[in-house]
Design a protein around this ligand. Structure first.
Ligand SMILES: [Zn+2]
Length: 530
């Protein structure tokens, strides 16, 4: 999936050609029918298919010619010159075909030709001719329309005026990416071909390569559309990051997805990064955020990358985005704001419901040997805080120690599930001073023995969810667990209540297939009350 850009709905997408090419039934004229009948009679086994919108053949197939001398391109030209009538063209007109492409495929040499009239291309009027190894024409496909008039203008408006008309049509915010280029063509209308300036306008705002056809006689906009296909990749913002953390994954250059136009700041469809210590990171002219780990802007890139990854992960599970209850996201089309370099040597990361934003401290290690390392540099830390924000988007205001413990447990579970690693904070906790990790989902903790402090008790929930994942697989477990958050019917859920939600999701969406597994893990093994 890639996002629908606003340019798709832009009024400059006229696509008037649609009406012309979808118009029904232009019956072939009788002369053309007679020509085609003769043509086929002389070539036994050949077949012809009519195109109802042009009234001409869409294809002719068979042994359409004898072996002819010359290159496939020359054979094609000779054949077309001798077959104008069957293609619906009149020999009296000043028609020509010029080669625009050739390729071989399936044993045939294909030549693609553009029909021209008085030296100008007739837009859309092309022919493809396939020639076999014996230099016989075997296939002709055509986009030609029945003979229609094409007249050059004797009093064209200046090109500059046409550029102004198109530019004005694109709006006052128009920002060009490079110069406007032009050709002169005949543009098809129902009655005739109209001489037109074909302008290509490469723009940053509105994003696109805008194709305009301006009537040279009167400056009318005959048609316009955006020819840019995958604009998300037209520019490719890139940055160095640690794909998971500095301890387990070396620096790599990654694509930063969904950065918004003009593609040079860490402001995207899903994430905006704020640096407490410095003005925002900026990409260079090649759309690279060129920062190494010691630079203040590196963490901005790292967190942007991580948030985008986590956001996509949850979108795949059906997340609606931070669009309703998250105060920042609601005001900013679902964006999650992430803050880096919070405080001074601050040893934590957090989500703040009042702002809807997530925050990452730099950690106090090694100045403080008991401190943590930079919390922004670990994807599972970002995923943990993101999950808090996600729960709050669906179920704001969860309170009570069990509710808080569930918050932590869900946050730990999803951080581990999406990195496919049951350890949390492997990098953040410096070794060798402390062994390895902040928490681990792969545990055997039981509910009655867990202290009531939310992170400690949350480990029971995360551990039970992780056991479920080991038994039913990541996809099913993620689905059940994500669903159980959405249906929480109280702001003070208990472990028992959340477990009941899991059973509900399983019952409704999976026919109860996992009921016994859930009950065994959560009730018998973890001893969460029945
Ligand atoms: Zn937490």
């Amino acid at each position: 999936m890639f996002e629908q850009h606003s340019s798709v709905n832009c009024s400059a997408n006229r696509n008037n050609i649609d009406a012309l090419v979808s118009d029904v039934a232009t019956a072939p004229v009788s002369a053309l029918l007679a020509e085609s009948k003769d043509f086929l009679v002389q070539r036994s086994g050949a077949s012809l298919e009519w195109n109802p919108t042009t009234g001409t053949p869409s294809y002719i197939e068979g042994k359409l010619s004898k072996s002819m001398p010359g290159t496939p391109s020359q054979v094609s030209q000779v054949f077309l010159a001798g077959s104008l009538a069957v293609l619906g063209l009149s020999p009296e007109n000043d028609e020509e075909f010029s080669e625009i492409d050739s390729f071989d495929w399936g044993g045939l040499e294909f030549t693609r030709l553009q029909q021209t009239n008085q030296g100008l291309p007739l837009l859309g009027a092309e022919v493809v001719v396939g020639v076999d190894a014996k230099n016989r024409v075997r296939i002709v496909t055509s986009g030609l329309r029945q003979q229609s008039a094409a007249k050059r203008s004797d009093n064209p408006i200046p090109l500059e005026q046409a550029k102004q008309i198109a530019s004005k049509d694109l709006g006052q915010d128009l920002e060009l990416r490079s110069e406007i280029t032009h050709k002169t063509v005949f543009y098809p209308t129902q009655q005739q071909y109209v001489e037109a300036y074909h302008l290509t306008i490469p723009a940053v705002i509105p994003m696109g390569d805008w194709e305009y056809f301006i009537d040279v006689q009167n400056g009318d906009i005959l048609d316009s559309y955006n020819s840019m296909k995958s604009h998300s990749f037209y520019f490719a913002p890139r940055a160095r990051v640690y794909p998971e953390n500095p301890e387990e994954t070396p620096l790599a250059t990654v694509m930063l997805r969904n950065v918004k136009s003009p593609y040079k700041q860490l402001d995207g469809e899903h994430c905006k990064v704020i640096n407490e210590d410095a003005p925002p990171a900026k990409a260079d002219d090649n759309y690279r955020f060129n920062y190494f780990p010691g630079n203040t802007h590196f963490d901005e890139c790292q967190v942007y990358y991580a948030v985008e990854k986590v956001y996509q992960y949850f979108l795949d599970l059906g997340f609606r985005g931070f669009t309703v209850n998250n105060p920042y996201g609601k005001a900013n089309n679902g964006q999650l704001a992430a803050n880096v370099h919070i405080g001074t040597n601050y040893d934590n990361a957090f989500y703040r419901p009042s702002t809807g934003q997530i925050y990452f401290g730099d950690g106090s290690y090694p100045g403080n040997p008991h401190g943590l390392q930079d919390l922004a540099k670990e994807v599972d830390v970002v995923a943990h805080e993101f999950t808090h924000a996600l729960i709050d988007e669906y179920r704001p205001g969860i309170f009570g120690s069990e509710g808080s413990a569930l918050h932590e447990g869900y946050a730990d579970y999803f951080a581990c599930s999406l990195t496919n690693d049951s350890d949390l904070g492997e990098y953040v906790v410096p070794s060798p001073e402390k062994p390895g990790v902040i928490r681990n989902c792969d545990n055997n903790l039981r509910y009655p023995e867990a202290p009531s402090e939310p992170h400690a008790r949350g480990r029971v929930w995360a551990g039970a969810c992780w056991d479920l994942r080991k038994e039913v697989g990541k996809e099913v477990a993620d689905f059940l667990i994500f669903g159980s958050i959405l249906v929480l019917g109280t702001t003070s859920p208990t472990f028992k209540y959340a477990k009941d939600m899991l059973l509900l999701i399983d019952r409704y969406w999976c026919g109860g297939e996992y009921r016994e597994t859930i009950k065994r893990i959560f009730e018998h093994e973890r001893e969460i009350p029945v």
